[in-house]
Ligand binder design. Structure first.
Ligand SMILES: Nc1ncnc2c1ncn2[C@@H]1O[C@H](COP(=O)(O)OP(=O)(O)OP(=O)(O)O)[C@@H](O)[C@H]1O
Ligand code: SF4
Ligand SMILES: [Mg+2]
Length: 353
């Protein structure tokens, strides 16, 4: 596997100050490798956007990073802790090293300025030395790169389709040739054909320009198509992380299995959609055990008392799972035996394939 470019370690985020904050991220560990597309999926409210904002230090108040580290490796191989950068260092690194396309970004284009002006303003802020002619040439190049003819530089946002506006936002994010592109639901508001076109284009650009991508979406079937690896998030934690094909073919966490059963696959045989019963937990009232226990068809006694952790990959496996069903120590100690649920041979069939 290539070298890590973004490493998120034990990241904690609270919303709200005082005695009763909500713990929204609870020890997130995630690594993005150079050139990789890492998909991040989970139901609404699980903390996907919070993770993207926190990792780039763009978290708005009352969000507060209460612990952890975010390491970025630049093109020269120098590692720096994003959370320890001064404001000036952070301004320099943002967009040049890490760029983000925000959720709902296409509606954040300024309606009263032409697309060309908005693109050149963005580039000028970081490259003040460029002449007006060079700025315009770069804006035209960026627009063409995302499949929009350069003559649309003179268009106002309302003269473009939703898909084109979203492409403009992606062009802006790529303006400084970042090495990491974080995209939060970049295509959710678009129809399926447009979603596919835009994602294919991003993958082409990734191959050509060599950046790495974190692609955030609640639609896990989309990730199966485009991501190299997938991380599944639930209630502010990563509960499973593996290659996209492993997550698709053999989800190990009951929540991953439920999530995959909630979306129709874009390819292959049709599957009956099963969905997940119940709703995500209230993050202010989480008990000590597994946050998925109230919805989990395989919950055992231990699940209600002991929180499973995302362990290091087991020997021979390129996968991490936070679930007692896969906890080697508990299996060895015989916890759950009798119920048949936790011994190796007794794994529920859909999680043991
Ligand atoms: N300003 C805020 N104050 C308090 N809680 C917040 C605030 N913003 C977000 N939250 C809470 O943080 C949790 C995570 O929110 P976040 O927006 O990161 O989720 P998400 O996974 O991106 O959801 P979606 O798929 O809907 O975009 C949610 O439970 C939300 O209620
Ligand atoms: S730890 Fe227990 S409750 Fe949580 S997902 Fe695994 S089996 Fe289900
Ligand atoms: Mg979000």
């Amino acid at each position: 596997m290539s070298e890590p470019v973004l490493e998120i370690r034990d990241l904690h985020v609270d919303y709200g100050f005082g005695d009763d904050p909500t713990h929204v991220l609870r020890g997130v560990d995630l690594t993005l490798h150079r050139g990789e597309v890492l998909g991040l999926a989970g139901e609404s409210g699980c903390g996907k956007s919070t993770l993207a904002y926190a990792a780039t230090r763009l978290l708005p108040p009352p969000g507060l990073i209460t612990g952890g580290e975010v390491w970025l490796t630049d093109r020269e191989g120098r590692r720096s802790d994003v959370l320890g950068l001064t404001d000036a260092q952070l301004r320099a690194a943002r967009w040049r090293d890490v760029a983000i396309v925000f959720q709902g970004a296409m509606s954040s284009l300024n309606p009263v300025f032409r697309i060309g002006r908005q693109l050149t303003d963005g580039i000028r802020a970081h490259r003040p030395g460029l002449s007006a002619g060079d700025l315009e040439a770069r804006a035209a190049e960026l627009l063409e790169m995302v499949g929009i003819s350069a003559d649309r530089l003179r268009a106002y946002p309302h003269q473009l389709s939703g898909g084109m506006r979203q492409r403009v936002m992606i062009a802006m994010a790529l303006a400084l040739e970042p090495q990491v592109l974080l995209m939060d639901e970049p295509t959710t508001a678009l129809d399926v054909v447009m979603q596919r076109q835009i994602l294919e284009q991003i993958m082409e650009l990734r191959d050509r320009l060599g950046f790495s991508v974190v692609l955030i979406t609640h639609d896990v079937s989309l990730l199966v198509e485009v991501a190299d690896r997938i991380a599944i998030m639930y209630a502010g934690e990563i509960v499973e992380e593996a290659t996209a094909s492993e997550v698709y073919r053999r989800p190990r966490h009951p929540y991953s299995a439920g999530l995959l059963g909630s979306f129709p696959p874009l390819h292959g045989p049709r599957r009956e959609l099963s969905g997940i019963p119940g709703a995500p937990p209230d993050l202010q009232r989480l008990g000590p055990g597994c946050p998925f226990a109230p919805r989990c068809p395989h919950a055992m006694d231990v699940c209600r008392d002991v929180r499973p952790v995302l362990g290091p990959p087991r020997t021979g496996e390129d996968r991490r799972v936070a679930c007692h069903l896969h906890d080697a120590d508990l299996v060895a100690a015989g916890v759950g035996e009798g119920s048949g649920a936790i011994s190796g041979v007794g794994l529920p069939p859909e999680l043991a394939r």
